[in-house]
Design a protein around this ligand. Structure first.
Ligand SMILES: Nc1ncnc2c1ncn2[C@@H]1O[C@H](COP(=O)(O)OP(=O)(O)OP(=O)(O)O)[C@@H](O)[C@H]1O
Length: 265
């Protein structure tokens, strides 16, 4: 059996001494995109921070290529092959694109791979990152994770504040990262965009997993997503009180938050 690149078993994570994540078991396969969904405050970022070593893992085990890492310092997890593109992470604005990549480079990390993935950056490698567009800056941030030659890349809401067209452009690279053999773990506000790019999905509610299965099971099923995000009785009729879809619709133009239904009491 193939060892998952990342495997969590019974993981609990605290934020400021408060338990936020409870008993999460999931894994991410090399060469696949694993999507983590959930409403605002469900605990997605806290889970990512726990995996990366930025929040306290209270219980359970986290394995990277079969080796437990939950007790390692953040930089050791990174050296072991864990890349983390944090939410709203920025570039070093006064350094050039190339310098941004060089300061992050380690191991077998290769700038050529980044320039191949993002020809936009290749053309601007000597430009200070502060002069780049928002989308190009996000490419630099992704590139900085890539030049550490990671086995696993956690990506937390890379679409934040970006135009729909740019989000679509960045989403294409998620699949390309996976095709390089990287295990990609993706948190994304636009649920159906993430489900279109992903292989396997986990939905978090109140810090616990309420769904694990293939992305195809949830793709386009906004009503089921509502139930999973918020719980509550099944929706029968759409109406003004139901609000829009959580993170949803198939495009970044679609609204984010929405009505409720439950698969778990
Ligand atoms: N630094 C912190 N100190 C205390 N509580 C926090 C802290 N950061 C987050 N929390 C709480 O932990 C819970 C989970 O937050 P988290 O940011 O992980 O959720 P999320 O699913 O990533 O939400 P969003 O989509 O809004 O980023 C929330 O109740 C939040 O208020």
């Amino acid at each position: 059996m193939t060892v998952p690149a990342l495997a969590l078993e019974g993981v609990g994570v605290d934020r400021a001494e408060v338990p936020v994540i409870h008993d999460v078991t999931l894994d991410a396969a090399p060469g696949a995109v694993t999507v983590i969904l959930g409403a605002n405050g469900a605990g997605k970022t806290t889970l990512m921070d726990g995996i990366a070593g930025l929040a306290k893992v209270r219980s359970g085990t986290i394995r990277l290529d079969g080796t437990p890492i939950e007790k390692l310092a953040t930089f050791r997890r990174a050296r072991a092959g864990l890349g983390y593109v944090e939410q709203a992470r920025t570039t070093f604005r006064t350094l050039t694109v190339e310098q941004n990549l060089l300061v992050s480079q380690s191991g077998d990390g290769d700038l050529g791979t980044v320039y191949k993935l993002f020809p936009e950056l290749d053309k601007r490698r000597n430009l200070q990152a502060g002069y780049l567009s928002g989308g190009e800056q996000q490419m630099v941030v992704l590139g900085r994770a890539l030049v550490t030659a990671p086995k696993v890349v956690l990506i937390d809401e890379m679409s934040l504040g970006l135009a729909p067209l740019v989000v679509r452009r960045l989403m294409t690279t998620v699949g390309e990262l996976a095709s390089m053999g990287i295990a990609v773990v993706l948190i994304e506000q636009f649920a159906n965009l993430a489900l279109a790019a992903g292989d396997h999905a986990h939905v978090l509610r109140k810090g616990g997993v309420v769904f694990s299965g293939p992305c195809s099971e949830l793709r386009g099923d906004d009503e089921r997503l509502h139930r999973l995000y918020f719980g509550g009785p099944p929706l029968t009729t759409p109406g003004p009180s139901t609000g829009p879809v959580p993170g949803g619709g198939a495009t970044p133009d679609a609204p984010r938050n929405g009505p409720q239904e439950s698969e778990r009491p």
